[in-house]
Design a protein around this ligand. Structure first.
Ligand code: 13P
Ligand code: SF4
Length: 337
């Protein structure tokens, strides 16, 4: 498998670029030209010369790459079924409906979506003066969005929204978690006392971490450090020694003293790689939490994808969706440049 991939890479040279998210398994990561978190990978697209971009991650990431790539570039994902459970929690039509209910008394609520969302949801944000954020720039982008209107509708990750609001110093009575129940029936009009409306989405992987696990580690290993991703429950985040994006977690582990024990609350493939990379420290997952969708991409389907590059259907986003979604993404890239 390894040799087949190397042969195709040698044949295509600069025509091919393989990108991988940090949550990919080692068997995939070792073939990546660029490894990064969601923000880093999105930033790289603009400068890529390759005609074929193979994205090893989940579908919304490949879609984001397809929106930002030039028309002559083709973006592929080795398994089209690698979706993101959180991204699926926000249908674009429902987001549009909820936004118009919030705005029905003349308020101007700005939609801000986590990059873990469909292109159609990013398009809703682009069409209504909003933007996109990643876990690495959520505080900057929430501050930006709050300055644009009367309040913000943050989609789809309620935990990231609340954790970010706390960093910005918003009080609990300025935040409302929406009760959507599928039809948008229970969404109130915007209340001038509220600054932030949270879509009730979550990451099934990071939802596996809870306060009880942190308490148990604190009791049995009081010197252990605990770092978590901001998709975790706010209680877990407030009990941890630090919280931040995938890149923050990698750095926090690297900077921990040799000999220390570090628990990491994020996707297991990354924690596993960090443990191998830092044999002088004890690196453990807060709990083993694998993203089964990220794991759908493997060396076998990567090799097959590379063999079929010329005939496989690329990831495409229709222009009426891609155009406003690109506007939303570009607002983020400009605000965080
Ligand atoms: P980041 O790469 O922004 O840390 O995102 C984590 C994630 O859940 C990707 O799906
Ligand atoms: Fe989606 Fe969570 Fe998997 Fe990231 S880890 S792709 S947010 S389900």
């Amino acid at each position: 498998m390894n040799q087949e991939i190397s042969a195709i890479r040698d044949r295509l040279g600069k025509e091919l670029c393989i990108l991988a998210h940090h949550y990919q398994a080692d068997e995939v990561v070792r073939h990546a030209d660029i490894l990064g978190d969601s923000l880093e990978l999105a930033r790289h697209i603009d400068g890529l010369e390759a005609r074929h971009i193979v994205f090893c991650g989940v579908h919304f990431m490949a879609e984001t790459a397809a929106i930002l790539a030039r028309p002559e570039q083709k973006v592929h994902i080795p398994d089209l079924g690698a979706s993101c459970v959180m991204a699926e929690m926000v249908p674009a039509l429902l987001a549009e409906e909820v936004l118009s209910r919030l705005n029905r008394d003349g308020a101007r609520i700005i939609p801000l979506t986590y990059v873990n969302s469909s292109a159609a949801v990013k398009a809703v944000c682009g069409n209504h003066g909003g933007s996109v954020c990643t876990s690495a720039n959520a505080p900057t982008m929430l501050r930006w969005a709050l300055a644009q209107g009367d309040g913000v509708l943050f989609l789809p990750d309620a935990n990231l929204g609340r954790n970010t609001a706390r960093i910005l110093g918003l009080s609990e009575n300025e935040i409302e978690r929406l009760d959507i129940r599928g039809q948008g029936r229970f969404v109130p009009a915007a209340d001038p006392a509220r600054k932030l409306y949270l879509w009730p989405g979550l990451c099934a992987v990071h939802a596996k971490f809870n306060a009880g696990q942190v308490t148990a580690i604190r009791a049995s290993e009081p010197h252990a450090l605990i770092f978590v991703h901001p998709e975790c429950d706010p209680e877990v985040v407030s009990m941890a020694d630090g919280a931040g994006s995938t890149t923050f977690l990698i750095k926090a582990v690297a900077e921990a003293k040799s000999g220390s024990t570090v628990y990491v609350g994020t996707e297991w493939s990354l924690v596993n790689r960090l443990a191998t990379r830092h044999p002088d420290k004890t690196i453990r997952p807060l709990r083993r939490a694998l993203c089964s969708n990220m794991a759908k991409v493997n060396e076998t389907n990567l090799a097959r994808m590379l063999q079929e590059l010329d005939t496989a259907l690329p990831v495409r986003v229709e222009e009426h969706i891609a155009r406003p979604a690109r506007i939303a993404l570009e607002r983020m890239l400009t605000a965080c440049s």
